[in-house]
Ligand binder design. Structure first.
Ligand code: NAP
Length: 276
């Protein structure tokens, strides 16, 4: 039976992937978590940055497919340099790696971007540099060291996940609107928003098929945070006029990439999944 390991199975995306795969009868699925409490009883506690415990875990489980759904915003570099490096040294050429990456690998922000566009990094002192540059480094490492991989690049992921948790942004929106407090979102930042169910459906397909390579996930439609969150407020039955435009003034070293939207034509060649 195929053995699948989901690293980060307590996270927003990882939990959904873990739940989905658990119900796929053709697989034996293990998942890891780090911080207590674990989201599911049967997860294995593991700090992927710890070489010895990583090695012990990997050697005992010997997965055929690895889903890498760990993230650590301010420590993403460490996760790449340590955790991902440990993983790459343990993978056999037959093991398939499914890595979830981000639109922030295009941090110049002059999108929309296709899979072939060159990646760009942020200056080291930028507040998002650890996350964005950590992801760029990870993608380059995977591509240099390995060939049996799928990298799925996603913009902001939204919606209720398999355990009923909303993404932080929608959660904040609903908290504000429930108490009829206005909330602002920027209209000058353009993204490809992807629903968690659509993303994880594609990811599940990638676990079981023979497709490899880099793919952008999400709908054709690109939106600003302001437009997207206003539409979300409307769909949730709230007063959308409480969603207002946020200030576009910013310091140069914290400037947020403007347009990191993704061209998502390529993924249509390998999946019938439609993106809402
Ligand atoms: N959310 C988005 O909008 C978005 C957009 C684009 C791409 N992505 C990518 O999607 C992936 C999943 O993101 P997410 O939103 O699900 O993040 P998340 O909810 O923060 O989950 C990340 C998980 O990583 C685990 N983790 C962190 N450091 C670890 C370590 N040293 N050892 C073991 N586990 C560790 C955490 O485990 P514990 O909770 O158990 O501590 C956490 O559950 C990431 O690769 C992220 O870059 C996310």
């Amino acid at each position: 039976m195929m053995k699948i390991c989901v690293f980060g199975a307590s996270g927003y995306v990882g939990a959904t992937v873990y739940e989905k795969l658990k119900h796929a009868s053709e697989a034996d699925v293990v998942g890891t978590y780090l911080k207590e409490p674990a989201l599911f009883d049967d997860l294995y506690k593991l700090d992927v940055n710890e070489p010895e415990s990583f090695s012990n875990f990997f050697k005992s489980e010997k997965p055929d497919v690895v889903v890498w759904a760990v993230m650590s915003g301010p420590n993403e570099h460490k996760l790449t340099d340590q955790g991902l490096m440990h993983l790459l040294t343990h993978l056999t050429p037959q093991t398939k790696l499914v890595y979830i990456s981000s639109d922030f690998v295009f941090s110049h922000g002059d999108g929309p971007y296709s899979e072939e566009d060159p990646l760009s990094t942020l200056p080291d002192d930028h507040s998002f540099s650890n996350y964005a540059n950590g992801k760029v480094k990870a993608e380059r490492l995977i591509d240099n060291e390995f060939s049996n991989y799928v990298i799925l690049r996603a913009g902001p992921i939204y919606g209720e996940n398999a355990v009923g948790k909303l993404d932080d942004r929608t959660d904040r929106l609903s908290y504000h609107l429930r108490s009829t407090k206005p909330i602002d979102f920027r209209d000058d930042l353009t993204r490809s928003f992807v629903h968690i169910e659509d993303l994880t459906n594609v990811l599940e397909e990638m676990v079981f098929n023979n497709v490899t390579g880099v793919y952008h996930v999400g709908p054709e439609k690109k939106q600003s945070f302001y437009d997207f969150m206003k539409a979300t407020a409307r769909q949730m039955g709230y007063d959308e006029t409480l969603v207002i435009k946020g200030s576009e003034e910013e310091e140069i070293d914290t400037e947020i990439p403007k347009d990191t939207s993704l061209i998502t034509d390529k993924i249509k060649e390998v999946t019938n999944q439609r993106f809402r």
